[in-house]
Design a protein around this ligand. Sequence first.
Ligand code: DX5
Ligand code: ZN
Length: 210
Amino acid sequence: MKKIAVSILSSLYDEETTIKKIDETDVDYIHVDVMDNTFVLGSTPKREHLQNSIKPLDVHLMVSRPFEYILEFASLNAKTISIHVELEDDLNALLDYIKFLKIDCGLAINPETPVEKLKPYLEKLDEVLIMLVTPGKGGQAMNEEAVSKIEELIEIREKRKLKFKIAVDGGVNDKTVSRVASADIIISGSYIAMSEEYQARIDTLREKAK
Ligand code: DX5
Ligand code: ZN
């Protein structure tokens, strides 16, 4: 079954209200964009808001030193924690650490980074997070070239009999969702959270992604 996640990066409401409104919907996950002002500019949603949510968290670490953030989010209701494949760190050690904490591990890949970079890690991944925009802010247009990574990864997954889920992040709305319908997890931010009608927009995405 395809899953939908709401990114809370850009919202019409304050963070607490946004999370409450998401809890009232049937969406599968809250997508949490974590920024450290180094890897990208921006800040992190507040722990006291996230810990009250009933939704599992799909955590996207856009930070240059993920280690310290992993434990922090593991203590919240994180289903998956993804780190960026572009980091110079020992990615195997970080992914193993996430798994050790009994959380699904993922790698996020920026639009300009080739799928080739993911190949050494695919066996141990639960999720590949394909970025369809440059990390940092909501409301950007979907990068059409990056969309082709979905099919590329589906092919590799079949060939190598792997199990990772494919998530897409950035520029997903009612007009673009059909382009990414073959992904397993569809993340949408401003299209849902910059509106007053969260559930109706989630329904539209589900319908159009069928
Ligand atoms: C981009 C973030 C995305 C973003 C999605 O830095 O990783 O999660 O918030 O927002 P929309 O759907 O508005 O592109
Ligand atoms: Zn994200």
